[in-house]
Design a protein. Sequence first.
Length: 69
Amino acid sequence: MKLPLHLLILDMIGCLFIGLGMTMHFADVDLLPANLRFENDGIVYILIGVACMIPAIIFMINGLRNRHR
């Protein structure tokens, strides 16, 4: 079971968003210009990253389910 390229790219983008969000939220590092910042932006970036990673996780779970049948 190979992960399709588009899901792999989406997963990598999700990892980047999670990393940016954690850096912004926990380390209080402002990586964005002042006009793009908003309140709780780190948490929003973490949630966007998780949402980007969900399709790859669903694909792997479905692949494992089909493998056992």
